[in-house]
Design a protein around this ligand. Structure first.
Ligand SMILES: [Mg+2]
Length: 343
């Protein structure tokens, strides 16, 4: 039984695969062949390999060499070296044999071993484009496996980057802050326009107000609803790029934002972080270790104010005339905050 093989024993050189294919053929097994980078394994890979194995009797996987990935994918990839990627693929119950793919395309390996099935992930159109006709020419068959998970390594990296932006406060900020000022982003710090990471327009008075708060000993954090991520209008990477631009512009003015809290969920999703829910504010107070009595929220929407109220802190409303809230400018809010929260 191949299942009893140790992962390392499934990893063969190109020449060893010649003998392996011949032996499997002789035993009456139909060989399936697939290839890929398999850099950071996720559910999509596992599903793909399981279905590939189900389509044949023995599954041979050619894992792209490091240099082929650098050539065709990204000079900074792979994250994991071939030896480790091949080992993880070999450790899957679905795989029977693992070898290296040195070239960018698998055609020469396909023609060498003439597998019964050339198996690919994705859609039929992409399969038809490439090695499909060569496989049919020798009597093989192309099998396409559609993905069942949205998982992708690139999406994982974006998510990890987003988490990194949420990193713990900088070491230098150990001094007890006078208070915590939670700032809405869109419409409060920057012009509220359809999201475009390349265009961040800081509103008038913002730089002066934030510098005054910082100089008075307040810690500054952003608290932002970003349902555009949940709705698929833009990705984490766009959001990170946009914020990087904003942080750089504020940094150039000597303003340091300790942390960005954001809610990536869409309206349809149930979450505790999207304002008017207080989740992000409560988390910020907890993490920054500042009590509600020394925490304020500045925002331009009634949702910002409702979140502040629910979190037990004072809200300063910058939005249009509203029956329940008196509006002020960010400069006026700053003066009131400095006055209201003693050193
Ligand atoms: Mg806003």
């Amino acid at each position: 039984m191949t299942a009893a093989l140790k992962p390392i024993d499934k990893i063969l050189t190109t020449e060893q695969v010649d003998a392996w294919v011949a032996a499997e053929r002789a035993a009456g097994h139909r060989v399936g062949f697939t290839c890929g980078a398999f850099d950071v394994m996720h559910a999509g890979h596992a599903q793909y390999l399981a279905e590939a194995r189900a389509a044949c009797d023995r599954l041979l996987v050619a894992v792209n060499s490091d240099s082929s990935i650098q050539r065709y994918k990204n000079p900074l990839r792979p994250v994991n070296p071939w030896k480790e990627r091949a080992f993880v693929v070999a450790a899957m119950a679905s795989t029977d044999c693992v070898t290296v793919l040195e070239e960018d395309r698998p055609l020469s390996l396909i023609l060498r071993w003439k597998p019964d099935f050339y198996i690919k992930g994705g859609d039929y159109a992409s399969a038809a484009l490439r090695s499909g006709s060569a496989v049919e020419a020798y009597g093989g068959q192309t099998v396409v496996i559609p993905p069942q998970f949205a998982a992708s390594t690139t999406a994982m990296f974006e998510r990890i980057q987003a988490l990194a932006i949420h990193a713990a406060p900088e070491q230098s900020q150990t001094a007890e802050p006078r208070g915590l000022v939670l700032l809405d982003r869109d419409g409060t710090l920057v012009r509220d326009v359809p999201f475009d990471p390349s265009r961040i327009e800081i509103l008038p008075e913002v730089i002066g107000a934030l510098r005054k708060l910082q100089d008075a000993g307040f810690r500054l954090c952003l608290v932002s609803n970003q349902q555009g991520i949940g709705l698929g209008y833009f990705g984490y990477r766009d959001f990170i790029d946009g914020n990087r631009r904003l942080l750089r512009a504020l940094g150039a003015a000597g303003i340091s934002i300790t942390k960005i809290y954001f809610c990536p969920h869409s309206w349809g999703e149930t979450c505790k972080c999207r304002k008017p829910a207080p989740g992000m504010l409560l988390r910020a107070m907890r993490e920054q270790n500042v009590p509600a009595s020394r925490c304020v929220m500045i925002g331009d929407s009634v949702d910002d104010m409702a979140a502040a109220k629910a979190a037990g802190c004072t809200g300063f409303y910058l939005g249009p005339i509203h029956p329940a809230y008196s509006s002020c400018s960010i400069a006026e809010a700053t003066d009131k905050i400095v006055e209201a929260i003693p050193k």
